[in-house]
Design a protein around this ligand. Structure first.
Ligand SMILES: [Zn+2]
Length: 299
């Protein structure tokens, strides 16, 4: 009897275990769909790498210890100015700040839908950002892809003294920027920039026609007046100023009345190619073509 009782107890235990296991089985069955949907969510929110280098636009060197904020996340640049951050596919506000360093803040929107490289040339505070921006009313860097600009002087058609004034204006732009900006070529076909001498220009001393593609200058023509009455005011000096002004446009600068300089319109004050203009040209040709200047913030 005892033995059989034991058997009964064993049976009861078996039955209990069976029920328990079946309950566990049901539980695991009922949790299975949740696990599946979690796995799907995981696939959708695959992460991508956002990486790049923050460098000083003037020296070209990487900036260490910069604070990079992307959405809610942040990271610091390493000793070479590199940063890397993993994030799910999303649109983010990307901003950069450097502590105790001489650079402007920068921010832009980034849509991360694949691994993305975003390099940021940082403008040192020693550059007058307001002055720089004053030459780019649309806040976008539009310029030649490469320097020097090939120029056809059109020597045979030039009135007396004009070539000398053109060469002086070119020399002065190159002096203030300490760069090779222009190079004379023999034919119109080779040139990116053509100089024309015309008897009449409507409401101006000169005009500039230019073709742009993807924020790059393709070609350009400066038409300068061969105007007799210039001689009354001193044609040589005046032709120099007109060339100096138009060459500023040819390099990518718009009119700016900030400070006394040659790109002012109407001309005021000293009206010269001043040294700060040389720094502007240096910065413009170090910033990438199409760079959005509104991304840099004045403190
Ligand atoms: Zn102008």
């Amino acid at each position: 009897m005892f033995g059989s009782h034991m058997e009964t107890e064993k049976f009861k235990l078996k039955a209990y275990l069976k029920r328990f296991l079946s309950l566990v089985g049901m539980m695991s069955l009922s949790t299975a769909p949740i696990q599946t949907s979690w796995a799907e969510t995981k696939t959708e929110s695959k992460t991508f790498t956002l990486h790049g280098t923050l460098s000083d636009v003037q020296t070209g060197g990487g900036i260490a210890g910069c604070f990079v904020v992307v959405g809610e996340d942040s990271v610091r640049t390493d000793s070479l100015g590199h940063y890397e951050i993993q994030l799910p596919s999303h649109a983010y506000e990307f901003s950069v700040r450097s502590w105790g360093k001489d650079h402007y803040e920068y921010s832009t929107l980034v849509y991360l839908g694949e691994d993305t490289e975003l390099d940021v040339p940082m403008i040192p505070k020693s550059t007058d950002l307001k002055f720089l921006k004053s030459f780019f009313p649309n806040d976008r860097i539009i310029r030649w892809e490469e320097l020097p600009v090939k120029v056809f002087y059109n020597r045979l058609k030039a009135p007396g003294g004009y070539i000398h004034m053109l060469e002086r204006a070119i020399m002065d732009w190159e002096f203030v920027s300490n760069m090779d900006l222009f190079e004379e070529v023999e034919t119109q076909e080779e040139a990116g920039l053509n100089i024309r001498y015309v008897p009449y220009v409507k409401d101006a001393e000169s005009t500039i026609d230019l073709h742009i593609d993807s924020n790059r200058f393709l070609n350009m023509t400066i038409s300068i007046k061969t105007y007799y009455s210039w001689y009354i005011f001193g044609a040589r000096t005046y032709a120099y100023k007109v060339f100096a002004h138009e060459l500023g446009h040819a390099l990518g600068l718009s009119h700016s009345n900030y400070a006394f300089q040659i790109m002012a319109s109407p001309p005021e004050g000293i009206w010269e190619i001043t040294a700060p203009l040389g720094e502007i040209i240096q910065t413009v040709y170090k910033l990438p073509v199409g760079m959005n200047l509104s991304s840099y913030h004045l403190k």
